[in-house]
Write a protein that binds this ligand. Structure first.
Ligand code: FAD
Ligand code: SF4
Length: 565
């Protein structure tokens, strides 16, 4: 072996991906004394020097508006990636619409995620037992609860215990205090209360108090640009440097994993990656591999890893790799609220996202099967005075100074309600390898198939009606009928909560991994991203990805101690 060449056998575990799942696995394993090699397809990224937190939209082309290179705005933290990645296409089956967001950079999508961080509840893990739809998880909420506690404390989540059955409480002292609600949020709260609907402080991976070497939020910059002070959680300002500080983590960026290799017994013994700088393929010996490349990328690697012992793709004896894909349902509905017009202007930025939100309130009614759809949703509230950009609220008519006056009067008077709901898996939503198309690295690409079912459409119909009721109660006037659910619902993948493609379960014939993320077919191969989700509760998935990665890599470390792997 040449000097400087990497030998996979020098590492206890190879982790693929540096996002929520991969970084938490690397952090947990290095803290328990294991040597870890992390392979990341994206480029290196330093949030401390590269984050344009303090730039003004006035300095940006088109006042910071998004474009095809920067979908979420000119200064968005995604320095490489988006809905389209040049040279890395994906295809769609006939009649299917699907969008796939990828961030090709150290830290993956955690550099600019919304940071909404809600625990799943007891009922979320046992949906099938409740209504016979989808699948149960192979453990109970109470098995995961201590790991949620640890993850919330480590990550730094602000919020409050509410006692609501859809928001399990955290032990005293775990959550950091939430910021106070904004004025429009208090109006939403009062209107929702009149309709018997609760509101609660949003739980968000944002520090409101300093923690280790990360600072508290100072409520003034858009979190989607990244947070160089570490207040908004991203693995590049927390888990990765913390794991590196142990001296046990090595990171290789620009390393695009192509396939996982197996020995004659079908057990994992290596992986192959393309060095994107030299375009050379490298085979790296491996004792244990964790795939955390994001749900659909990990499934892609598995499906592309065919061998004599795994003819349908690695760990796919069940045929479930690439199936059971779920996203969250999504729809937005908003209105101008006259009562919010012309109020005195002050800084209402806060920590960028909503300080209050509307958790799901219909769970007990659904338990009695007295609702037209089986699973819940929540509303994220969009409101407040924000730094102006290319977009001004409302349909404003006019020109010149009078238009400016109308815009000033209307500034901060628009309230939007964004629904995020649970989707059930169905046979029409899956991914497979498109045998005819390869990416620029020579790796066969993914073909997505997608169709919403009546469960999701009825849920969205209910959500639209409810949103309108709340806004009307706040004084909004509507002159158009509500849109149809099938027209209003966002596309598959658009909420960027893809899960389920390598789901966990109790049975090797119905699932890809056991409850520890260990593939049934290969004891030394693990999946630690949202692919393992057995269902997709309406609560945003990333806190649970991190919690599972912490729990499951702790279990993995114990297996290594016992010599089981
Ligand atoms: C705009 C936006 C808002 C969001 N808001 C929220 C929110 O509020 N709450 C929430 O819970 N979730 C939110 N999400 C989703 C959240 O970002 C993801 O659920 C989470 O980041 C997934 O973690 P992951 O580790 O599975 O994947 P990622 O974070 O995507 O990381 C995967 C990493 O693996 C790398 N990789 C991929 N393929 C390979 C390969 N072949 N070889 C090597 N490396 C590879 C990628 O480059 C990437 O860095 C949001 C996402 C976006 C984009
Ligand atoms: S608002 Fe707070 S958490 Fe968000 S980027 Fe600014 S300082 Fe960081």
């Amino acid at each position: 072996m040449m000097e400087g060449q990497i030998n996979g056998h020098d590492y206890d575990v190879i982790v693929v991906g540096s996002g929520a799942g991969g970084a938490m696995a690397a952090y947990t394993l290095t803290k328990s004394g294991r040597k870890v090699l992390m392979l990341e397809a994206g480029r290196d990224y330093d949030p401390k020097t590269e984050t344009p937190m303090f730039k003004s939209n006035f300095d940006a082309p088109l006042l910071g508006a998004g474009n095809s290179d920067k979908d979420f705005g000119f200064y968005d933290a995604t320095v490489d990636g988006g809905w389209e990645v040049p040279g890395e296409p994906y295809t769609k089956g006939e009649g299917s619409e699907f969008l796939w967001w990828r961030a090709r950079m150290l830290g993956g999508r955690t550099n600019h995620w919304g940071r909404y961080s809600l625990r799943f509840s007891e009922h979320d893990f046992k949906g099938f037992s409740r209504d016979g739809l989808g699948a149960d998880w192979p453990f109970e909420y109470w098995d995961l609860a201590p790991w949620y506690d640890e993850t919330e404390a480590l990550v730094g989540i602000c919020g409050t215990n509410t006692g609501l059955d859809d928001m399990p409480d955290s032990p005293e002292g775990v959550l950091q205090p939430p910021p106070k609600p904004r004025v429009p949020e208090l109006l939403v709260s009062a209107a929702a209360k009149k309709l018997g609907i609760p509101t609660a402080p949003m739980h968000r991976a944002v520090l409101t108090r300093p923690k280790d070497d990360r600072q508290a939020c100072f409520y003034a910059t858009p979190c989607g640009r990244g947070c160089s002070i570490g207040a908004a959680f991203q693995t590049t300002t927390s888990l990765i440097p913390m794991a590196q500080a142990t001296g046990l983590l090595t990171v290789i960026t620009d390393a695009m994993v192509k396939e996982v290799n197996v020995d004659e017994k079908g057990k994992v013994n290596a992986l192959t990656y393309i060095d994107k700088k030299t375009k050379q393929a490298h085979r790296l010996d491996a004792k244990v591999i964790i795939l955390a490349a994001s749900a659909c990328e990990s499934a892609r690697i598995l499906l592309n890893s065919k061998s004599e012992s795994h003819p349908n793709g690695l760990a796919n004896s069940s045929g479930h790799v690439g199936r059971n894909i779920m996203d969250s349902t999504g729809v937005s509905y908003g209105a101008h609220i006259p009562a919010l017009e012309g109020r005195p202007k002050y800084n209402e930025d806060g920590h960028t996202a909503n300080h209050l939100f509307i958790p799901w309130w219909g769970h007990k009614v659904q338990e009695k099967k007295a609702m037209a759809f089986p699973r819940g949703y929540h509303f994220e509230i969009g409101s407040g005075f924000r730094a102006p950009s290319s977009w001004v609220s409302g349909d404003l008519d006019g020109y010149g100074k009078p238009l400016k006056e109308i815009a000033k009067q209307a500034y901060g008077s628009y309230v939007g309600l964004a629904l995020r709901g649970e989707m059930l898996p169905n046979d029409d939503c899956y991914m497979e390898i498109d045998e005819d198309v390869k990416d620029k690295w020579g790796i066969p690409v993914v073909k997505f198939h997608w169709k919403w079912s009546q469960h999701e459409l009825k849920q969205v119909e209910h959500g639209l009606k409810t949103a309108r009721q709340i806004l009307e109660t706040m004084g909004a006037k509507f002159d158009k009928p509500l849109p149809k659910a099938e027209d209003a619902i966002l596309k598959g993948g658009q909420i960027i909560h893809e899960v389920g493609s390598t789901r966990m379960g109790d049975s090797p014939t119905e699932s890809v991994t056991n409850q520890w993320g260990q593939t049934w077919d290969c004891s030394n191969l693990f999946v630690m991203d949202a692919g393992v989700f057995a269902s997709n509760p309406h609560k945003n998935c990333t806190l649970t990805i991190m919690t599972l990665a912490m729990r499951n890599s702790t279990w993995l470390a114990r297996q290594l101690d016992k010599g089981e792997l």
